[in-house]
Ligand binder design. Structure first.
Ligand SMILES: NC(=O)c1ccc[n+]([C@@H]2O[C@H](COP(=O)([O-])OP(=O)(O)OC[C@H]3O[C@@H](n4cnc5c(N)ncnc54)[C@H](O)[C@@H]3O)[C@@H](O)[C@H]2O)c1
Ligand SMILES: O=c1ccn([C@@H]2O[C@H](COP(=O)(O)OP(=O)(O)O[C@H]3O[C@H](CO)[C@@H](O)[C@H](O)[C@H]3O)[C@@H](O)[C@H]2O)c(=O)[nH]1
Length: 465
């Protein structure tokens, strides 16, 4: 078996950056170059101060500091890196299509195709091309077709190696992955490529955790894993609505069912709704694939997970409005948290965006505090929705770095992200600062109901009557 001496990864985002940092760190004998068309992002990856990397992940700065410049490089010289590499990972974004056929459902593969064409144009020696991005089933076929029709007699082996890391715990997830999935052809060269990729992960993971499948099983498993995880969140959130109408408590119900070893305790935390760049996109993709094959019942079944998630976000904002005497116009509402979950600066599909949008439709004045998300990002999220003008967004929503000052004369606080620091705030002081009745809407179930009520708050916690 030949050896891999040089890897190139196209896409220096939330997956490409951390994944390649860990590979480079664990494989000092391999040169790893991460390339991107986004010059600003590459500059950020290369800056001296590793606390300001473009991706905020615990443990990442230390790994980058140790490895960058040794065998880890970030660059915009894409062609050069492709030319030099034995193995090329494609880790570019695959958002939901916003135009044309499959609009709103299918994955937009234009970035993937551009990568494939770039590789086809530049490669002069045989390459293993690895799909790291999440892709619809049979995308590898399309990539293969582009690469095999270049006419320059280079052999390409295409592998699917979807990533399962979750943001906020990316480094731990990579270092101690439950499993690594490698899909590829069962031809001799396909098997050799799978084994070569496997040998990279074997530098730090036990061989039993590295699964080899055919390429389509691998592509489909990624979508299905996310669909199952999201389904658990939507299932528990559907029950949270029922708990609010009865005297049941959603954490007690989750705990009770999670004790059943067949169900298990994880991913049963009720919330204002799941966000993140993957769950919704991947389920929509699954729905689209099912519809394409005429499997409408299958499509409807999975679509319900998203319908329930949208319901949860709307239900939360509707409850805020009805509790505050059916009007929030001109009222100051402080948002604690904007990221889609704690310990990340990623805001894609964050429930906070949708809750803010609905409240702003009612003319509320939103003040956002998030320990990691920038003001620029928050305005980009709101402007992207296109609900109102940029000027109106800036008029109705402001961003603060002072979580305590923000509560002065506020009518309400809504907790949209479960950042640990929110639990340690001086809530007695916050109560003093606010107008009365002082409303707190806990969309993440992080505050103690009795304590908050004892302090005098009008307190609502999702999943509790
Ligand atoms: N974010 C996650 O937690 C996560 C986890 C598992 C899988 N995934 C999947 O991994 C893929 C990447 O996700 P991400 O969150 O890292 O995306 P991202 O948007 O953070 O990063 C993608 C990067 O690719 C670059 N890019 C796009 N086209 C390019 C081209 N032609 N040449 C060079 N660079 C190009 C973009 O500039 C961007 O920096 C997606 O398919 C996603 O579904 C994401
Ligand atoms: O019990 C739970 C668990 C999660 N969430 C929410 O669900 C969303 C997604 O959370 P999580 O899965 O932890 O983060 P992601 O980074 O989106 O990771 C998911 O999506 C990635 C991209 O495909 C996959 O690689 C991961 O395996 C998969 O967990 C977030 O808004 C969470 O707040 C809940 O509300 N309740």
């Amino acid at each position: 078996m030949k050896k891999i001496a040089s890897i190139c990864c196209i896409g220096a985002g939330y997956v490409g950056g951390p994944t390649m940092s860990v590979i480079a760190n664990k494989c000092p004998h391999i040169k790893v170059t991460v390339v991107d068309i986004n010059e600003k992002r590459i500059k950020q990856w290369n800056q001296d101060d590793v606390s300001k990397l473009p991706v905020y992940e615990s443990g990442l700065p230390e790994i980058v500091k140790e490895t960058r410049g040794r065998n880890l490089f970030f660059s915009t010289a894409i062609d050069e890196a492709i030319d030099e590499a034995d193995m090329i990972f494609i880790s570019v974004n695959t958002p939901t299509k916003t135009y044309g056929k499959g609009k709103g459902l299918a994955a937009d593969l234009k970035y993937i195709e551009l990568c494939a064409r770039n590789i086809a144009r530049v490669a002069k020696t045989d390459k293993i091309v690895v799909e790291k991005s999440t892709l619809p089933v049979r995308t590898a076929e399309a990539i293969k077709s582009i690469l095999h029709n270049t006419g320059n007699h280079v052999n390409f082996e295409i592998l699917s190696n979807p990533e399962f890391l979750a943001e906020g715990t990316a480094i731990d997830d990579l270092l101690d992955a439950d499993r690594v999935l490698i899909g590829g052809d069962d031809t001799p060269s396909g098997k050799e490529a799978k084994n070569l990729l496997s040998s990279i992960y074997e530098n730090w993971l036990p061989k039993e955790r590295i699964l080899q499948t055919n390429v389509w099983s691998s592509e489909l498993s990624k979508l299905v894993a996310n669909a199952f995880l999201a389904q658990r969140v939507s299932s528990i959130n559907s029950i949270s609505a029922l708990c609010e109408k009865t005297d049941a408590n959603i954490d007690e119900v989750a705990n009770a069912i999670g004790y059943d070893s067949r169900i298990g305790p994880k991913f049963l935390k009720s919330s204002v709704g799941f966000g993140g760049s993957c769950f919704q996109k991947d389920i929509l993709n699954l729905v689209y694939i099912a519809k394409t094959f005429g499997l409408n019942e299958v499509a409807d079944y999975w679509e319900q997970v998203i319908i329930m998630n949208n319901y949860q976000k709307t239900r939360f904002s509707d409850h805020m409005i009805s509790t505050m005497f059916n009007t929030v116009a001109g009222k100051k509402i402080v948002f604690y948290g904007w990221a889609f979950k704690k310990d990340t600066n990623d805001t894609r599909e964050s429930a906070a965006i949708h809750v803010a949008d609905l409240l702003m439709e009612e003319q509320a004045n939103i003040v956002v505090y998030d320990p990691q998300v920038s003001e620029e990002r928050i305005y980009m999220d709101m402007d992207y929705l296109g609900t109102r003008s940029e000027a109106e967004n800036r008029n109705l929503l402001t961003v603060t770095s002072d979580y305590m000052e923000a509560t002065k004369d506020a009518h309400a606080i809504a907790i949209l992200t479960e950042w640990d620091e929110f639990k340690t705030y001086d809530w007695a002081q916050i109560h003093k600062n606010m107008l009365k009745p002082a409303f707190v809407f806990d969309g993440r179930r992080i505050l103690d109901t009795k304590h908050m009520k004892d302090l005098g708050f009008d307190f609502y916690k999702i999943g509790e009557s």
